[in-house]
Design a protein around this ligand. Structure first.
Ligand SMILES: [Fe+2]
Length: 404
């Protein structure tokens, strides 16, 4: 049985099935392992992990008298499924159907990624970020999300591995701009958080690449060094013309967590601002839905459920609910299998967030369709069976994106 328990109940001999925290928040390379010593338990607790899943078939269990207070994985999944159904009522009156224009978004993504890479190079050379370049891609991103709210963030989820950090910055910027618009933030604040998002990890430019690209678990010292990118970014920001309090909050708090387990200041939700809480949600959502050298991505649908599970401990519940209403349970860019057996990608939302627009590209036999076929599930009998990841049917994401 897979059981969710509090880390205070962990004992040597238990088998960790899932650390129940996003992988950007812990230094363990593996999510699944046998606890062989007390030091590992101390390390898990020290990293602010409140709950974990254990596999009781592969290791020890908690005492019988404590089991009543724990949840089995299917119970957790059922609870989240129900909750998400309540958060997303079938028709969201405030939610407009989204048009999609991938060709324009592709151009913005390519330009913005190149500019962020250039900013990283200049930072390595000790130069402050070029404000004109930053201003120009901020404007392009905002225009893109005004025209097509989900296209850019949907596309930028598919990362080219060796351009991860730059593409992640653009993706976080696109999500911040479009979510900010959804929340009704002012145009000035939307521009500021978009700029902040583009720069939010720029301090990583000053961390040795051999540490950033390690595929073995980081040592405690290396993990501390990596976490130092927030302070490094903040100090770069101090030298950047046009830095505003909203940018400082976005960057300074994107790794803070509501239960005080984040960094660098370990502040709690009550001390975090709305922009900081938004940054934390968006940063984790984009990270866990992106492919890395050492980890396959989660489907956006799964990631939204995990954000829900991780709130209010790590993330602000109200903002997570809003984020789910904004994205829909099948965000644009999600790969899905239909009841017919066809496979497609979500390309736009409709007013009914449970029935988005899907562009089909694989037949029920999982062979390529001669031509992409757009299905508005709101007006069709075709329904979505489940969200999948590219691994399921060996989908060539790059080839797919070229066709959109
Ligand atoms: Fe970061």
């Amino acid at each position: 049985m897979i059981r969710k328990i509090r880390t205070g109940d962990l004992r040597v001999g238990m088998y960790i099935h899932d650390l129940d925290i996003s992988w950007i928040d812990h230094p363990f390379l593996l999510q699944q392992f046998l606890i062989k010593d007390g030091e590992t338990i101390t390390k898990i607790v020290r990293h602010g992990i409140d709950t974990v899943y254990i596999d009781t078939q592969k290791g020890g269990d908690i005492p019988i008298k404590q089991r009543e207070n724990s949840e089995a994985l299917p119970e957790v999944e059922q609870r989240l499924e129900q909750l998400i159904g309540e958060i997303i009522s079938p028709v969201q009156p405030q939610h407009r159907s989204s048009p999609h224009d991938f060709s324009q978004a592709k151009e913005v993504l390519a330009n913005a990624t190149a500019v962020v890479e250039q900013l990283f190079d200049e930072t390595r050379d000790g130069l402050p970020p070029d404000c004109c370049e930053l201003e120009s891609i901020t404007g392009a991103i905002i225009r893109s999300v005004i025209q097509s709210p989900y296209a850019l963030s949907g596309l930028s989820r598919f990362k080219v591995l060796d351009r991860y950090t730059a593409m992640h910055s653009v993706s976080v910027a696109a999500l911040s701009a479009s979510f900010g618009r959804y929340l009704g933030l002012t145009p000035e604040v939307i521009a500021e958080i978009t700029r902040g998002a583009l720069l939010h990890d720029i301090g990583k430019a000053l961390i040795p690449k051999r540490i950033l690209k390690k595929t073995t678990p980081p040592t405690d010292a290396e993990f501390r060094l990596m976490r130092g990118h927030v302070q490094l970014t903040s100090s770069i920001l101090e030298k950047t013309v046009g830095t505003t309090p909203a940018m400082v909050e976005f960057i300074g708090q994107h790794h803070e967590r509501c239960n005080g387990s984040g960094y660098p200041e370990r502040i709690r939700g009550t001390e975090m601002g709305t922009i900081g809480k938004m940054a934390a949600i968006i940063d984790v959502f984009d990270a866990v839905t992106s492919r890395r050298e050492y980890r396959p991505p989660w489907s956006p649908t799964h990631a939204l459920k995990k954000l829900l599970e991780w709130s209010p401990d790590y993330f602000d519940s109200d903002l997570v609910h809003q984020f789910i209403r904004f994205q829909g349970i099948f965000p644009v860019g999600t790969l899905v299998e239909m009841r017919s057996g066809c496979v497609g990608i979500i390309t736009a939302q409709s007013k009914n967030l449970k029935k988005p627009v899907v562009t089909l590209f694989l037949t029920p036999q999982k062979t390529a369709m001669g031509q992409l076929q757009e299905v508005k599930t709101e007006q069709s009998d075709e329904t979505i069976l489940t969200a999948i990841t590219a691994e399921r049917y060996n989908i060539d994401e790059e080839a797919l994106l070229r066709q959109l």
